[in-house]
Design a protein around this ligand. Structure first.
Ligand SMILES: *Cc1c(COP(=O)(O)O)cnc(C)c1O
Length: 410
């Protein structure tokens, strides 16, 4: 078992890199220079930290889950409440970091992609706060499925542009954002939403999200504790890598990343890249593990959680998964829904469906661990955003009649 060394030229072991068309070479070079020159300087750090405190609401709490610990009768369970950050998830840490960088680079125009809309909401909010113009690309299919997030982005003043190409979902929105950036590189900053894409995005996103892990480390140390196991869900991998980052270089704690097991095995039923059928490929500017068909085309995926159904995974997570430093597992829709109910009833904490996958893995792991072991679950987001999905899954008939009555009232 070996930690992957600091990337050389944007690579993490065999993964990562910058596989882009010529037109995007210099914008990415500029971005990398700016990130190195600006993001490290004390002035930038001070402003970032001030806004993380006053605007995002950091540090987010780390709560001891006393009842869950008693019931599962194993490890001491702690929950990091990223869902209490402004806009409801960890996504805002990265959106704010990149937004501040854009501002210092003198960029006036922000673009972003969004799938379920969580990243789009975070970017739209940050742009409103920082006074930046914002355009969010979103697949037309996703816009129909995630109406509430489209509505909130518009309230924050963002322009939400439907993408009509391909399957009209996240992958197509990313392509459209890159196309836009290649067309207007001078004035545009592309705020990418997870720890993936061409270099320097994976490094940059990890660094902005590392506040999660640093806070956990400091809070546990205050209580004289050190963690034995960290558990996070992994879509693209930004909450996981940010949470894990201060702990990667050492041999412990165990780092567990949880993928979307969806309806179970078989093509199109899940989004299991690392602990399933993932293949090495180059997609959207970086090399990593993807769900691909025999021709190397990206396969459709499925999960009850809108944020975990990306067909690829961040290159650093892929490398650390292969080296054995990060263990990958998956949780099915049904397990995630059970975990959501468990933590709601026993801890008064409502997990986002994505985060509930990490919760499900924690429920599986805790009973087999010693009683003095500390297991920390990252609740990457809170569950209110999933009302339309969770209510349909857990209380279908009541929810249906409520919606019918609402329509009559309108
Ligand atoms: C977007 C999202 C995820 C998945 O993204 P990562 O980059 O893998 O963190 C997980 N949880 C929540 C709440 C999200 O909004």
């Amino acid at each position: 078992m070996q930690a992957v060394k600091e990337p050389r030229g944007g690579f993490f072991g065999p993964y990562g890199g910058r596989y882009v068309a010529e037109v995007l070479r210099w914008p990415l070079d500029r971005l990398e220079e700016a990130f190195k020159d600006i993001a490290g300087c004390p002035d930038f750090q001070a402003e970032f930290t001030r806004l993380l405190t006053d605007y995002v609401g950091r540090p987010t709490p780390l709560v001891f889950a006393q009842n869950a610990t008693r019931i599962l009768d194993g490890a001491q369970i702690y929950i990091k409440l990223e869902g209490l950050a402004n806009t409801g998830a960890h996504k805002i840490n990265n959106a704010l970091g990149q937004g501040l960088l854009a501002k210092r680079m003198g960029k006036k125009r922000i673009i972003a992609e969004t799938g379920a809309g969580q990243h789009g909401v975070a970017v739209a909010a940050v742009c409103a706060k920082l006074g930046l113009r914002c355009r969010v690309y979103m697949g037309e299919v996703d816009m129909l499925r995630q109406k509430p997030n489209v509505f909130w982005m518009q309230q924050y003043g963002a322009e939400v542009v439907p993408v009509l190409a391909g399957a009209k979902t996240l992958k197509d929105a990313v392509n459209e954002a890159f196309r836009d950036w290649a067309t207007y590189p001078e004035e545009t900053f592309y705020i990418l939403g997870s720890a993936l894409g061409p270099s320097p995005y994976p490094d940059m996103v990890r660094q902005f999200q590392s506040v999660i892990g640093k806070e956990v480390q400091a809070r546990l140390a205050q209580q004289g504790l050190s963690p034995s196991v960290l558990v996070a869900c992994a879509g693209g991998g930004s909450n996981a890598i940010g949470f894990f980052s201060p702990f990667i270089a050492a041999a412990l704690p165990r780092l567990v990343a949880v993928e979307a097991g969806g309806r179970g095995k078989g093509r199109g039923n899940n989004a299991v890249r690392m602990s399933g059928e993932g293949l090495t490929g180059v997609v959207q500017g970086y090399k990593s593990k993807f769900l691909l068909d025999e021709d190397g085309q990206v396969l459709p995926t499925y999960s009850v959680s809108a944020g975990l159904d990306y067909p690829g995974i961040g290159p650093q997570l892929a490398a650390l998964g292969e080296s054995g430093r990060i263990e990958f597992t998956s949780a099915m829709d049904s397990e995630a829904l059970e975990a959501l109910k468990f933590f709601a009833k026993n801890e008064g904490i409502l997990f986002a469906l994505e985060s509930a996958h990490a919760g499900a893995a924690a429920i599986r792991l805790a009973p087999g661990l010693p009683k003095d072991a500390v297991l920390v679950v990252n609740m990457s987001g809170r569950g209110d955003k999933d009302l339309f999905i969770t209510a349909r899954e857990l209380d279908r008939e009541n929810w249906k009649s409520f919606l019918k009555e609402e329509i009559q009232r309108i």
